[in-house]
Design a protein around this ligand. Structure first.
Ligand code: ADP
Length: 216
């Protein structure tokens, strides 16, 4: 199963990607997570990556393509993967076509959420300052993470950066939807629902395509 999840920041891609990964036994590949790790390292790449992320801008297509190509060539991704956060531009979508040549069908699921709801969610989202997990997933009712870290606002979820990320989504990432719509590989699900309901809808969208019956 080769699956891409697309949606604005705060649409719930990461949460849903975790669920599908578990249900299908394929790795979730989150470029946001890969980049946050890269930004915390000490090499030269870290400076460029951290700067773009803090400003809510995209990291360059070249850097992204190299990172994703490397990750997709690891053995655990050979029988499928879920991409969360890539492609974010039409150029990246074209690069992905090249990377995936001969690897079977690609399905793209858009998780659609209105802008006001996205801004509300980003203002409320808290992540663990130590391990980076979403509070909702780790310990929704506790004040500390199971790893002992505190929950904090993600630095790029502040209002100014969140607005910029949304603008970048509308201008640069939304055209990717048309790119896949034209070839018939796009499905859209309503992301403005409870996470369980969104998961069921994603299941309905992908299970028949990859020839599997619902397990939830
Ligand atoms: P969200 O989906 O909530 O905006 P992510 O964790 O997926 O957040 O990404 C955070 C940031 O990482 C983005 O705002 C951007 O700076 C960078 N990033 C992630 N994926 C890509 C990509 N495919 N191309 C360029 N930059 C990316």
């Amino acid at each position: 199963m080769n699956l891409v999840l697309i949606g604005p920041p705060g649409a719930g891609k990461g949460t849903q990607a975790d669920r599908v990964a578990l249900a299908w036994g394929v790795p979730k590949i989150s470029t946001g997570d890969i980049l946050r790790r890269a930004a915390a390292s000490t090499d030269l790449l870290a400076i460029a990556v951290a700067g773009a992320m803090a400003a809510g801008e995209l990291v360059s297509d070249d850097v992204m393509t190299t990172l994703v190509d490397e990750r997709l060539s690891q053995p655990d991704a050979s029988s499928g993967f879920i991409l969360d956060g890539f492609p974010r531009s039409v150029e990246q979508a074209q690069m992905l076509d090249m990377i995936l040549e001969g690897r079977g069908q690609l399905l793209v699921v858009e998780i659609a959420v209105p802008e006001v709801e996205v801004l509300r969610r980003l203002g409320q989202r808290r992540i663990c300052e130590r391990c980076g997990v979403n509070q909702d997933a780790a310990a929704p009712d506790a004040s500390a993470c199971t790893c002992g870290g505190s929950f904090v606002l993600r630095s790029d979820d502040n209002e100014a950066t969140a607005r910029r990320r949304l603008e970048v989504y509308t201008r640069t990432t939304a055209p990717v939807l048309d790119f896949y719509r034209q070839r018939g590989s796009l499905r859209t699900v309503d992301g403005n629902l409870r996470p369980d309901e969104v998961a069921v809808r994603i299941g309905h969208a992908i299970d028949p395509v990859f020839d599997r019956h619902l397990t939830t």
